[in-house]
Structures are given as C-alpha cells and as structure tokens.
Ligand binder design. Structure first.
Ligand code: ACO
Length: 424
C-alpha cells in the first residue's frame, strides 16, 4: 500500500481519496479581481433606453454595473485580476503550468486566445494557455478542468480567470438585455496539495436544446460577419429572459445539491453559497428551494450586474475581503447560463500560503516551454516572497493604457501588440 493511501484512510468519509497520489488535490491559494472604474447607474440607463431605474431594480436587484473604458478589454481586465491573484499567492508566474481564461467575450473573435495574451503579459513563461467558453457557467467549468489536471498529476499550478467585457456584446437599443450585464474579471490560482482540501467536487451540465434562448447569432461559422449581420444587430446578445429564468431557478438549486452531495457535505454544513450573480430573484428562489437563509448567500449583483463568467470569482474575492470566507470553511459556487449550461463546485477554503508543494521558496529549475526547451536549458525561479514586489513594480507600467500592449515582467521587454483591436 502506498504511503499516501494509508495516510488518508482515517474515516469512511475519506475513502474517496484512496487512489489519489500525493499532490492530487487542488487548493485555491490566490485570488484577485479587476473592475472598470466607470459606473453606469440605473438612472443613467433611463436616458439611454425606455426603462426606469425602479423597473430594473425591482426585476433584477441591479442598481449599477461597471462598463469598460475605451482602453479596457477582456485581456486587460483578465491580466489585472491574474496579477492580483498571483500577488496573493506570492508565487512566481514562471511556476504556473496552465492559464485558462473563461470567457465568451474574448479579446479577438477567433485567435489568438485571450489566455495566450494573458500568459505572456504576466510572464507565465512555461504555461500552456487556452480560452474556455461555457458562457456564465464558464468559471465553474474552468475550476473543474484545473481540478482534473491537478488531480491527474498533469499540472501543479493552474490559473483560472473569468473575464468579460459584456458591454461590447450588448445592443444598447435592447432594453431587455442591456440593463442586465456588466464588465469585470476575477481570477483564482489553484495549487496541488496532498491534503484532502480545496476543490472537493465539481458537477457540470449542459442542455443544448436551449441554445437559442441565449445567443450571439452572428460572427461564427453559421453567419460570418457581413453588412447584413451588422445592420441586423446580429452580433449582440439575444435572450429569451422568461425561459432562461425558468431554467435558472431549476438548474441552480439542483446543481448546488449535487455538488454538496458529491463532496459528502450537508447543505447545513456549507458556510457560504456563491451563485452566479444574474438576478437577485433567481438567487432568492434558489435559496428558498434549498432552504438556505440569505445570510449564507453572497450577493453583489446590485453593484456589478451580470458579469457572466467573471461573476463567481469576483464574488469569491469580495467574500474573502469582507471576512465572509475564512480558512477551513466550506463554500459552494454555482453558475448557469448560455448553452444552456450549468455547473457547481464545493470547495474547502484554505487561504493563501498553505504550504502548497511548489511554493516552498526553494529555487526550482525547470525547462521553459518556448525558447529554452529546445536547448534543454533551465531557468531559475524566484523564491516565494520576492515576486509580489516585482509584480508591483511592473503593474503600473505593464499595460499600455492606449492599447493593452504589455511589458514582460520576466525580461522587461515590451510585448508585441495584438494585430488590431475591434472598436466597440
Ligand atoms: N425596462 C422596462 N420594461 C422592460 C424592460 C426594461 N429594461 N425589459 C423588459 N421590459 C418589459 C417587457 O417588454 C415586458 O413588457 P410587456 O409585458 O408589455 O411585454 C415587461 O417588462 C415584463 O417583461 P418580462 O420579460 O416578463 O420581465 P421579467 O419579470 O421576466 O424580467 C428578466 C425580465 C429580468 C430579463 C428576467 O426574465 C431574467 O432575469 N431572466 C433571466 C436572465 C438571466 O439570468 N440570464 C443569465 C444567463 S446570462 C448568460 O449566460 C450570458
């Protein structure tokens, strides 16, 4: 019997860990968020579309949302959130194995992926990178991928970012959608640990028969961009709000129950629930179905609206900042949205600096993927504790406000700008 098997066999509850090698659990050791400074209130929206502040608040719980400025985009927001998460974990970006950006409003229509841009901008020199699109469920899907990669022993450190500039996908003449969404990004850093903690379970689901209920009809292979698609406002979000609402009030509590059950925890033992922040009525309905008091449900939809894949990591961050999520506590996060898709995860919160195996401060020698891998050369990793300072130094200059051009924090060299940015 392998030593780790023996170590985990304390109780029947721990049986699920029997076949896990050391480092097979994924704990969150860093978190960060980025929000545009521009606030758009309901009252301001009254001047844009035929609506009232009162209608928006009473039907959704939203009072205001953040809107990206001309110099902000999914890439810049994602990069800011990633830097904040790396600083909390006090980890060299060169230790990150994989960068996942969960988004359906990526920097570019097809390629390069937003994740590759972020990977380069933060100096995650040995990381792979890809975008993941599961609409508003995206962050939970990203967590599931990270947990699986770490659990399988493929990776030790994975950065999962939820980032959206929804405002660029909104038809500002459509009052049924433009009042609901906002821009922002949140990020978490997951690291391998041999302790049975961190992400305890993930459940994912999809029902593509409801795909048309929430869609961006043009810009893909079915309807490539043309004068007609632009004139017909087909590149904006279309939503059947009533049907999505009905779907959400069922999928949300169902996935929460499944995630808790799979983790072996009772709902009464969950300290905090963090649902996707789409509509306070959906959240209240789910809480009622689950018989969970709203005191144990985190909400910030009033301030940010629906930021899609960014909503859960932003809320996670704020829950920690407000002292509502502390070490050892259990949190269930749950997303739902376009696809239709849904997902939930149960997490035991560990906090930063919990002794993840590759955050020891020791100097590690690892081959770089790109220029050094061919030669078999290695690059020394900065010791933990030194990186926060380095990040702070580059933070003010790393993103060129005019463009999103970056500075590689590893070399100090400027990063080539992406070829062209679509103007809103
Ligand atoms: N201001 C004023 N009136 C409005 C507005 C507005 N902004 N929007 C719609 N109305 C009107 C409608 O036209 C309708 O008028 P009518 O009765 O004369 O036809 C009336 O208000 C009621 O409309 P409903 O759609 O019935 O309003 P409802 O109470 O269902 O609320 C809402 C609409 C908020 C969109 C709700 O259906 C909802 O939240 N749906 C779920 C959306 C969601 O959660 N999406 C998440 C996933 S997003 C993702 O994955 C990208």
């Amino acid at each position: 019997m392998a030593p780790w098997t023996f170590a985990f066999c304390h109780s029947s509850k721990d049986l699920r860990n029997l076949h896990m090698p050391p480092g097979a659990h994924a704990q969150i050791t860093g978190w960060g968020k980025a929000l545009p400074s521009k606030v758009l209130t309901n009252v301001e929206l009254e001047t844009l579309v035929d609506t009232t502040a009162e209608w928006i608040y009473s039907r959704t719980g939203i009072r205001e949302r953040r809107i990206a400025g001309p110099d902000e985009s999914t890439f810049t927001l994602a990069t800011r959130a990633a830097r904040a998460a790396i600083a909390v974990a006090d980890l060299s970006p060169a230790r990150i194995d994989l960068v996942i950006v969960c988004t359906f409003s990526p920097e570019f229509g097809g390629m390069p992926s937003t994740a590759s841009l972020v990977q380069h901008a933060i100096g995650a020199t040995r990381a792979g990178a890809f975008d993941l699109n599961a609409a508003c469920s995206g962050f939970v899907y990203g967590l599931a991928v990270a947990q699986a990669m770490i659990g399988a022993g493929v990776h030790e450190t994975v950065l999962v970012i939820g980032a959206e500039t929804m405002s660029r996908l909104l038809d500002w003449n459509d009052r049924a959608t433009c009042v609901l969404f906002g821009d922002g990004a949140g990020a978490v850093l997951l690291q391998a640990t041999d302790r049975p903690t961190g992400v305890l379970s993930c459940v994912l689901g999809s029902d593509g028969s409801g795909g048309e209920l929430l869609s961006v009809p043009a810009g893909g292979s079915r309807a490539p961009a043309s004068t007609e698609t632009v004139q017909g406002a087909q590149h904006f979000i279309k939503m059947n709000g009533k049907e999505v609402y009905k779907f959400a009030v069922g999928a949300l509590p169902r996935s929460v129950r499944q995630a808790a059950a799979q983790a072996g925890i009772a709902l009464s033992d969950v300290d905090l629930f963090i649902p996707h922040q789409a509509n306070i009525r959906i959240i209240r309905s789910a809480a009622e179905t689950l018989d969970v008091p709203m005191e144990r449900v985190f909400t910030n939809v009033d301030r940010y609206g629906n930021t899609s894949a960014a909503s859960i990591p932003i809320a996670l961050c704020e829950a920690v900042e407000e002292g509502r999520l502390r070490e050892g506590q259990k949190v269930v996060v749950a997303g739902f949205g376009g696809g239709l898709s849904w997902g939930a995860a149960a997490i035991e919160w560990t906090g930063a600096h919990t002794g993840a195996p590759n955050d020891t401060g020791a100097e590690v020698q690892r081959p770089l993927h790109d220029e050094l891998a061919d030669t078999g050369s290695t690059v020394p990793m900065p010791a933990a504790g030194t990186w926060v300072q380095t990040l702070q130094q580059v933070d003010t200059q790393a993103i060129d406000p005019e463009w999103g051009r970056g500075v590689d924090p590893r070399t100090g060299n400027s990063i080539d700008a992406p070829p062209a940015r679509l103007k809103p």
